[in-house]
Design a protein around this ligand. Structure first.
Ligand SMILES: C[S@@+](CC[C@H](N)C(=O)[O-])C[C@H]1O[C@@H](n2cnc3c(N)ncnc32)[C@H](O)[C@@H]1O
Length: 211
């Protein structure tokens, strides 16, 4: 969404991501497929700030990938607070745990390896904040599953809701991911139980506040 110059200007005028997250980011870029999936410096600092402002006791992240965003949120949370994060790809577990174990915030993180659609119903929690960032085809299903578990006044964040601009292009019948995002965006627009805005940062970040 930004030019490279604006992006680097922004990054040089906000808080640093810190050595551990910088190392994680580099490791992901060298050794993992699709490293662009991780939140990165700017969005990571924003997630941390949301946690500072909301002071959530319970956070749910759907889609851990490397644990980058998980660690950013944990960094902004108070001692005793907990972020549950769910990742379906068990090949990511060693990578995630390598960085979790080096973080001073590891006690605030509970990693679940498995399908979010199966794990969420088993979580006996009321969430103050939820970050939806997994399978784009399932965004509406995740939303329906988590909604009753989010407290009134809680915040739901959904990443990639502009989906590289594909939301305003013609959609191929086989493109189930774009269709999933379009369905989700329409569903949120029509849902009068929430207030919502789409931030045009990165790939689109929707903020949804439960009334
Ligand atoms: C965009 S990445 C997450 C990035 C991470 N939240 C961050 O900001 O750094 C999406 C992840 O969701 C995982 N995923 C996809 N479907 C899932 C499901 N049904 N349950 C749990 N994780 C899922 C993928 O394996 C992938 O690692």
């Amino acid at each position: 969404m930004f030019t490279e110059e604006i992006e680097s200007y922004i990054l040089s005028h906000i808080d640093e991501e810190g050595d551990l997250l910088r190392a994680l980011n580099r490791d992901a870029n060298v050794n993992l497929l699709r490293p662009r999936m991780l939140s990165g410096h700017l969005q990571g600092r924003l997630l941390k700030l949301f946690c500072r402002m909301m002071r959530p006791q319970r956070v749910l992240e759907i889609g851990t990938y490397t644990g980058y965003a998980t660690l950013c949120m944990a960094e902004g949370m108070e001692t005793g607070a907990l972020v549950h994060t769910i990742e379906v790809n068990d090949e990511m577990e060693d990578f995630i745990r390598k960085y979790l174990s080096r973080s001073p915030h590891q006690a605030k993180v509970r990693l679940h390896i498995g399908d979010a659609m199966e794990i969420i119903p088993q979580l006996d929690e009321t969430f103050d904040m939820v970050f939806i960032d997994a399978d784009k085809r399932l965004y509406s299903a995740y939303y329906d599953l988590i909604f009753p578990k989010v407290r009134a006044g809680g915040l739901i964040l959904a990443d990639n809701t502009l989906w590289d601009g594909k939301v305003i292009e013609e959609v191929a019948p086989a493109d189930k991911q774009t269709q999933g995002i379009l369905h989700f965006n329409d569903k949120i627009k029509a849902d009068d139980r929430v207030e919502k805005v789409i931030l045009p940062m990165r790939d689109g970040l929707t903020l949804i506040w439960k009334k």
